[in-house]
Design a protein around this ligand. Structure first.
Ligand SMILES: NC(=O)c1ccc[n+]([C@@H]2O[C@H](COP(=O)([O-])OP(=O)(O)OC[C@H]3O[C@@H](n4cnc5c(N)ncnc54)[C@H](O)[C@@H]3O)[C@@H](O)[C@H]2O)c1
Length: 251
């Protein structure tokens, strides 16, 4: 029996990187996956590839910072299935720069996607998640909620807020059979980290500090998301799953 058989899942920011890997793993495990992204073409390409393998997936253009987009996708899922079993708030970005020079516009860009987007999607999906009767909401945070790194202060602030929000939502959503957990990846080589990890000194320093002596892959994170999405984690809510190859375990 596949681990997500019969489940309807939605992943935000699933046109690339970690979200794409989640969509693939979830679909392989039997879910019908709504692959949504602000980049509608990337979402459509992902879905075409999954469908070509006989996997169930539907593409949607959704900018999590736009209320109309979120409403439209929720309506589509409601009309087609009347419920949502798994929701992953994965869409995220960063605008690098020293905090003291950060413009209001840059801060708004980071916050509107990483925090406001999570708030909006988690709120607007409530009716569909409740209709599941056994739902899992996963919010993607980051180990940067626990650690500081130059030029990442704004990003860290949003990810810390996502952790706090996830715990609070676990309390509020529990009576409706909706589990809520945060997933905190360490360093994963994707478009988001490409520029930073290209620096050989920084690259080496980070790998040296990682117990497993390598960066994560998007699939490493997707497999942890699969645990939180599936009934294997049926007694897990209000927690944070750190998936960082042991980077934050040491001093
Ligand atoms: N890569 C890492 O090392 C790492 C570490 C910790 C946490 N994370 C988190 O994991 C998540 C995925 O990151 P990634 O590394 O796969 O990034 P990525 O840049 O490879 O992919 C992010 C995807 O989100 C989409 N996106 C951006 N803005 C959006 C919006 N407003 N609405 C909808 N979609 C939007 C992009 O189009 C892209 O397809 C993010 O929340 C990120 O903060 C990543």
């Amino acid at each position: 029996m596949k681990r997500l058989e019969g489940k309807i899942a939605l992943v935000t920011g699933a046109g690339a990187g970690i979200g794409l890997a989640m969509a693939r793993v979830f679909a392989t495990e039997g879910a019908h996956v709504y692959v949504t992204d602000v980049n509608g073409e990337a979402a459509a390409e992902t879905v075409a590839a999954l469908n070509a393998e006989g996997l169930a997936a539907t593409a949607g253009t959704m900018d999590v910072s736009r209320g109309q987009d979120v409403t439209a996708i929720m309506r589509t899922v409601a009309a087609a299935h009347g419920k949502l079993d798994v929701l992953v708030n994965n869409a995220g970005l960063n605008v690098r720069g020293d905090f003291r020079h950060m413009s209001d516009a840059d801060w708004n860009t980071i916050r509107e996607v990483n925090l406001d987007g999570v708030v909006r999607v988690a709120r607007d999906a409530f009716d569909l998640l409740r209709a599941s009767g056994n739902a899992s909401l996963i919010n993607v945070a980051s180990i940067m909620a626990h650690r500081g790194l130059r030029q990442l202060a704004g990003y860290s602030a949003t990810k810390g807020a996502v952790l706090a929000l996830s715990r609070a939502l676990a309390v509020e959503y529990a009576p409706f059979a909706i589990r809520v957990n945060a997933l905190a990846p360490g360093f994963v080589e994707t478009a988001l980290t490409e520029r930073v990890l290209r620096n050989p000194h920084f690259h080496k320093a980070l790998v040296d500090r990682t117990l497993m002596k390598r960066f994560g892959t998007a699939e490493d994170i997707a497999l942890a998301a699969l645990f939180l999405a599936s009934d294997d984690s049926r007694y897990v809510t209000g927690t944070e799953l750190v998936v960082d190859g042991g980077m934050t375990a040491g001093v």
